[in-house]
Design a protein around this ligand. Sequence first.
Ligand SMILES: [Zn+2]
Length: 368
Amino acid sequence: MAGLGASRAGVGGNPQVGRIWFTQRREGAKRKCLRRSRSQMLTSLHSRRRSSKIACGAGYFFAPSRLRVKKSSLVLHENAALIQGDMIRTRFAPSPNGSLHLGHAYAAIVAHDLARAGGGEFRLRIEDIDGSRSREDLAHEFIADLKWLGLEWDGDPVFQSARLATYAEAAWALMGKGLLYPCTCTRKEIAEAATNQGPDGPIYPGTCRGKTAEPGADVAWRLDVEKAVDLAGPLSWTDELAGPQRCWPEMFGDVVLLRRDAPASYHLAATIDDAADGITLVTRGSDLFRASHIHRLLQALLDLPVPTWHHHGLLVEADGKKLAKRRGSPSLADRRRAGEDGLALAEALRHGNLPTGISLAEGVNSAP
Ligand SMILES: [Zn+2]
């Protein structure tokens, strides 16, 4: 069983510290690249040769004072080099901004069991870059919860806060391709100007498209999705349950990749993390089905390996709404501390024996 903390580099938000961290990681990745055969690389949508070159290649560093980007190295670090053959690797990636509940337990069990059934690996990632809401103590609670459920993961837990330099590097690579632009609009302004609704709310009307800003300015950076789609060409991706999907990220409009209040958006961080962790099967709830259209586009733009997805059903309450702590669902920690048998609970979830009032909403949402 892995411990907690070994992967935490303490990068924080400091670009200089991040640069040092990234340099060390890059050197490690280079050494491992030299030791592996090219055939062990997962192929990206583009050529296997190009992917291998980029994963091993020299890159640029996060330099707030300049926009010029050398060749992208968007390195998958050493984990990408460890992917061998068809070995399955999944992950559970909770955010430490609230206790885990039954829905999280179900998601973790799905990811764990799919990996183990295929003789593969199950990883744990703590998505802790939402600085205002993340609580360090919850990571320890999560680990106790997972152990209580009988779920063991491979390797050390990974913390997003240790990857800030990598997110910045990816964003710079996209800026170098002219695909990002700064946005200063408020939610209210967007809601008032928007004429269409997308999966995440009002579709951004493109008010700031074409604007420029100095790196480090107090702005959000949006992806020019139409331009990105033109550059990437037609894409597809596959969900194990819903089958092949034609990639249609335009439904989101120009999404934010670098938030004003956090180092990276969910879309950017999750895409990079899954590549960096060598995840071959991305498991998550069907509420994130549509997000995979954006993630597939980002993979193409950043020359990242393309996983398969598995969007599972969600546990819902009697009114059909997703379980959530704020709606009063008991947390796993509460259950654990009350002496409930975690192994029995996990078995019950596996067999669909759910507490009264809770059901599994199947229905993978493959429709746009
Ligand atoms: Zn704007």
